[in-house]
Design a protein around this ligand. Structure first.
Ligand code: ATP
Ligand code: MG
Length: 564
């Protein structure tokens, strides 16, 4: 079906030559400069006509693929009462991320950051029997999160568009099937969007060991780091990479020996003093877990990833110890802690601290260290947890080859939730045997507005945006670069393309130089640019490929038959 030509003479689009002062990422700079979005307040954005078209193109593809797997579209409120979120504990757990407000009667409300609670209630209300399941519901809706650092434009908004869907099944096999359907739908969505994406394992956090994967768009501006293995294809968010515990034989290690090591409270000082590599030393970080002091052991050359530690121990709260915590604890000698002889302190350790490995570590006395301290012989680990920051070259958990690290933007997340929310709301259906069955759930998100920025990050160059065809605001940008002859030829080209079903943007703005128009065309990023320029009088136009920059002069009729 043919669509009207979008005439730039009437389109509300104002391009800027200067970058906005606060812009940190390429997509932020270009989306503002090209007039696609406009900042309203921190992390809150208006979508202008061209931006709205790109956003709608993303939504349409998402919607088509969700419909194709049998998910049903609904629209729930963004303004939600406190009670369901109180019931699941998220009213509190969300902390400062949640926008909370009161109505005129003083009742508490929130602006939905995600909707597990409300979907669970809907299904409890609507589905009574196993015959009503499985059911998959989705919405494309505005979400609210009071992000701490809403930088990067629409990549991380405080108000943003998300497609969220939820699956409801009577058993684990059903959940696995709903999850697989979503995984495939997401593959098709991101493929159709023209995105370069990776599927990586993610941490499931407080919700337990169920399956969870993220869809990541590799990009320098990304806030996530993922590890991938060039040899076997393993890929995981670095927070989900776990090193295997591999015990070693320790037969020939001598007995523990204490060493006088004055002024060596840091690993660097100790390693230099003893002439051993930092990796041979054992560093013991003290943290408080729900108020209890706990020691965490990692090799001296590694850093503890507090985020990973927090994920492992959630919902317990992890904090660093302070000076005050050492008061009344003569057993804890700051800078000289060792796991041997730590009587009253729980000891967590990285899997690299495997049974049989031998270490140089603190001797629990000032200025003193101990060597030949063997795991399993001289101290026990209460719990092994992978908590170190993953490094380039670390062994792949699947095949042992060196891992590569890359930055990426999280554009989607699929997650087998299990029965957490069904338990909270008592969501049962009558089973085939006539007894109530507890429902199991999945939750699946795509950051629709973030996708727009992620695509811009992946495809833009120094001259401007460069959209994949599926999301571009037009198929062809026709430029009238000159006077009446050029405008006449350009208009004919635009009309013919529109009649052939192409989406056309026509630069028919009066009084602009060809240079300004061509610069704007590059900035706006429509994949194909058709220019009616110098040779217009001879019926010739120039076709430009925005991505490759290739140009070709040819007769209008030939250009049209190529593009139609
Ligand atoms: P992040 O780790 O980036 O904060 P998240 O893990 O909290 O994201 P989810 O709760 O999994 O996000 O939300 C589903 C999807 O919504 C994410 O995969 C992402 O694409 C998108 N999203 C989340 N937060 C934002 C935001 N502040 N702005 C834009 N999109 C977002
Ligand atoms: Mg996520």
């Amino acid at each position: 079906m043919s669509q009207p030509v979008q005439r730039m003479s009437r389109l509300m689009v104002k391009t800027l030559r200067e970058d906005p002062a606060d812009a940190e990422t390429l997509s932020h700079r270009l989306l503002v400069r090209a007039g696609y979005v406009r900042r309203s307040s921190a992390g809150v954005w208006s979508w202008l006509p061209l931006g709205k078209q790109v956003l709608d193109n993303v939504s349409r593809i998402v919607r088509e693929e969700m419909d194709a797997i049998g998910a049903q579209e609904v629209l729930l409120p963004a303004l939600l009462p406190r009670e369901p979120y109180e019931l699941t504990g998220r009213w509190e757990e969300y902390g400062d991320l949640l926008f909370r407000l009161k109505d005129r009667k003083g009742a508490d409300y929130l602006l939905g950051p995600t909707h597990e609670e409300v979907f669970t209630q809907i299904v409890k209300d609507q589905c009574a029997s196993y015959k009503d399941l499985p059911v998959m519901l989705y919405q494309i809706q505005t979400k609210y999160r009071d992000e701490a650092r809403p930088r990067s434009g629409v990549l991380r908004g405080r108000e943003f568009q998300m497609k969220d869907s939820y699956s409801f099944d009577v058993d684990d096999e059903g959940l696995a099937a709903s999850y697989a359907l979503h995984r495939e739908a997401y593959r098709r969505i991101f493929t159709r969007l023209g995105m370069d994406f990776r599927i990586v394992s993610a941490v499931s956090g407080a919700m337990g060991g169920s399956a969870s994967e993220e869809f990541l768009a590799p990009a320098a501006a990304g806030e996530d780091t993922f590890a991938d293995c060039p040899s076997c294809g393993y890929a995981a968010n670095t927070e989900a990479v776990t090193f295997a515990l591999a015990p070693v034989a320790a037969d020939e290690v001598g007995p523990v020996e204490e060493l006088d090591t004055p002024d060596t409270p840091t690993i660097e000082a100790l390693a230099a003093h003893l002439g051993v590599p930092a990796s041979a030393t054992l560093k013991n970080l003290l943290v408080k877990v729900d108020g209890e002091i706990v020691a965490v052991g990692v090799p001296g050359d590694r850093e503890v990833d507090l985020g990973k530690l927090g994920e492992h121990l959630a919902p317990a709260v992890v904090e660093l110890v302070t000076e005050a915590d050492f008061a009344g604890r003569p057993d804890l000698v700051r800078g000289y802690v060792g796991p041997q002889g730590l009587e009253k302190v729980r000891y967590l350790a990285d899997p690299r601290i495997a049974p049989g490995t031998s270490w140089v570590t603190g001797a629990n006395r000032a200025d003193t260290h101990a060597r030949n301290v063997v795991c399993g012989r001289d101290f026990e680990v209460d719990r092994h947890l992978d908590v170190v920051v993953v490094r380039e070259g670390d062994p792949c958990p699947a095949c042992g080859a060196g891992l590569r690290l890359d930055r990426a933007i999280e554009v989607g997340h699929i997650f087998q939730l299990g029965r957490k929310y069904a338990d909270a709301f008592g969501l049962d259906v009558l089973g085939a045997q006539g007894k109530p069955v507890r429902v199991t759930m999945g939750s699946y998100g795509i950051g629709v507005s973030r996708v727009v920025a992620a695509l811009a990050e992946q495809t833009a160059d120094e001259r401007g945006l460069c959209w994949p065809a599926a999301v571009a605001p037009a198929d062809v940008h026709v430029v009238a670069a000159g006077k009446a002859v050029q405008l006449d030829l350009a208009t004919r080209a635009a009309d013919a393309l529109a009649a052939a079903g192409r989406r056309v943007l026509l630069d028919d703005r009066p009084g602009l130089s060809p240079g300004v128009r061509l610069t704007d065309a590059e900035l706006l990023g429509v994949p194909v640019v058709l220019v009616a320029g110098r040779a217009a009088a001879d019926g010739l136009v120039e076709l430009q490929d925005r991505r490759t920059g290739t140009r070709e002069t040819l007769a209008l009729s030939e250009a049209l038959s190529r593009l139609a």
